[in-house]
Design a protein around this ligand. Structure first.
Ligand code: AHR
Length: 512
């Protein structure tokens, strides 16, 4: 029996809902097929976007969606994707296999879809091949309200009201595929571009002029702390306008990308379902290493922002395996097994534990690419094991992280070693506690005894994701791995619940 203690008196940071975000890129079948089928499609759709996917996203209360990339964002020219769809320019998607991009999914389609889902929009601007003017115009087009050229163009294209843009990303991996820049060059470009961006009404010296309501996200490091140090040093503190010095942060978040690769040899990686015990622990160990990266970034950022106003934005994370046989390797289509559910559960627990700094995260990618929560096949949709983790964790959104302790042990094979359990608990405004725990052991079940400090347990219910480690969902068997009700007993004011090998459980506790 393993003891798990939850201290309801030890209230920590708010878990921002946006930690449960997703990422979509014009890559493979993420946008086309995965989301966009067009208004005339036989696949049921809402204004061209798959209805089944929209409904699935509403069920997990998707809080925020990043678009249009990734690598693609740094080659994306937004004007190609507005106006009548049959007149839009076709381009080659040079980032992802040269696939022909007909631009039928553009700004209106993305932002209208976010409104339909009820999630916030995170638009990644093009710093790689775009101009400052292009960026300024795009933001004016999306958010402006005045009688100005870009706002009037938007009106001509059928949209009177501005959209709400929660986040603007400034470039993507600018140290690598996004331009091979030095940090110093990046921060200069960042300042130059964002100086001229106006959210809302251009030129008005009102609230919108100061970017209120829209947060700016700077590119974070490839690795280490040097890049982050340069970004924080230059984008926080004293800034100048006219002869005046202002103490002002020029950014609201610094991004971090972290993938758990399926094999030590990236070029000879195995597919999602092709793993043995060594691969299981190897992948999960890589997943667990995200915590070191977070701690390093957090500490580096704290040199300039000790009160943690600026968020760490993990806007690409997840597993990366070899593409499924018979698919284009550059389309990054991979299946999703119980191993991915455990990886997602572990990672989201780690994010929750660092909620004082991690304010936004978007898994890569939402549909048909890398660690997807949804796979599609023609008219059919599959919810992956990872989807069910997001479902089980959704009540953490906007709740308060609690102090916890679990009796842990180190397990694994050879040098691939990890904690047996990854957990986090939160409390909502009504005093309800959500505890989420995953058992990373591939073969050993355990019994948990959960005790609450500072609150009395009134009742509890539990859910589980539990199946053979290699189990996955397919169009023939879409429910091999899904969220199931699980037994939890109250004994002597404690909760007793079993946690089988390779499983994820959530326990929802009503307290007094
Ligand atoms: O998610 C796939 C790619 O990985 C993204 O386009 C890029 O940002 C990262 O390197």
């Amino acid at each position: 029996m393993t003891r798990y203690l939850i201290n309801c008196l030890d209230k920590k940071a708010k878990i921002e809902k946006d930690i449960y975000g997703n990422f979509t890129e014009h890559l493979g079948r993420c946008i086309y097929d995965g989301l966009w089928v067009g208004k005339d499609s036989e696949v049921p759709n809402v204004n061209g976007v798959r209805k089944d996917v929209i409904e699935a996203l509403k069920r997990i209360q998707l809080p925020v969606l990043r678009w249009p990339g990734g690598a693609f964002a740094d080659t994306y020219h937004w004007k190609d994707g507005i106006g009548p769809q049959n007149k839009r320019k076709k381009i080659a998607n040079v980032s992802w296999g040269g696939a022909i991009e007909d631009n039928s999914f553009g700004t209106h389609e993305f932002l209208d879809m976010c409104e339909e889902i009820g999630c916030d929009a995170f638009v990644n601007l093009n710093l790689g091949t775009g101009t400052v003017q292009e960026m300024v115009d795009w933001v004016e087009y999306m958010t402006g309200t005045g009688d100005t050229p870009m706002v009037n163009l938007r009106r001509e294209n059928g949209r009177e009201k501005p959209w709400k843009i929660a986040y603007l990303g400034v470039g993507n991996e600018s140290w690598g595929g996004g331009g091979q820049m030095r940090a110093e060059h990046y921060v200069d470009l960042y300042k130059q571009c964002t100086q001229f961006i106006h959210i809302g009404n251009p030129g008005s010296f009102d609230e919108s002029y100061l970017n209120r309501g829209t947060k700016l996200i700077a590119v974070g490091p490839p690795t280490g702390s040097e890049w982050t140090d340069a970004v924080m040093k230059n984008l926080t503190g004293t800034q100048y306008q006219l002869n005046f010095a202002f103490e002002r942060n020029l950014t609201d978040g610094v991004s971090l990308h972290y993938y758990a690769f399926g094999s030590d040899d990236f070029m000879n990686s195995k597919t999602a379902g092709d793993f043995d015990e060594y691969d299981w622990y190897n992948l999960l160990q890589k997943g667990a290493e995200i915590e070191e990266k977070i701690v390093l970034q957090d500490n580096t950022m704290s040199r300039y922002d000790p009160s943690k106003v600026i968020g760490l934005v993990i806007d690409e994370w997840g597993s990366w395996y070899a593409a499924e046989p018979g698919t284009n390797p550059l389309f990054l289509y991979q299946q999703n097994t119980v191993r991915d559910a455990v990886l997602a559960a572990m990672t989201l627990n780690i994010f929750n534990k660092h909620a004082d700094r991690v304010k936004l995260a978007t898994i890569a990618q939402m549909v048909n690419v890398l660690q997807s929560i949804i796979l599609t096949n023609g008219g059919k949709m599959i919810l992956t094991p990872t989807y069910h983790v997001f479902d089980m964790y959704k009540k953490h959104q906007n709740a308060t992280l609690l102090g916890t302790f679990i009796e842990n042990e180190i397990i694994g094979v050879e040098d691939k070693r990890i904690n047996r359990f990854y957990e986090s608990s939160s409390i909502d405004s009504e005093g309800k506690v959500l505890a989420t725990i995953c058992n990373t052991s591939m073969d050993s079940d355990e019994l948990l005894e959960i005790e609450l400090y500072g609150a009395k347990i009134l009742e509890a219910e539990a859910d589980i994701i539990h199946a053979a480690p290699h189990a996955k969902n397919t169009t023939d068997k879409p429910d091999m791995v899904s969220k199931q009700r699980w037994n939890v007993n109250i004994e002597n004011e404690k909760l007793i619940v079993s946690i089988p090998a390779a499983s994820v459980i959530s326990v929802y506790i009503t307290t007094k």
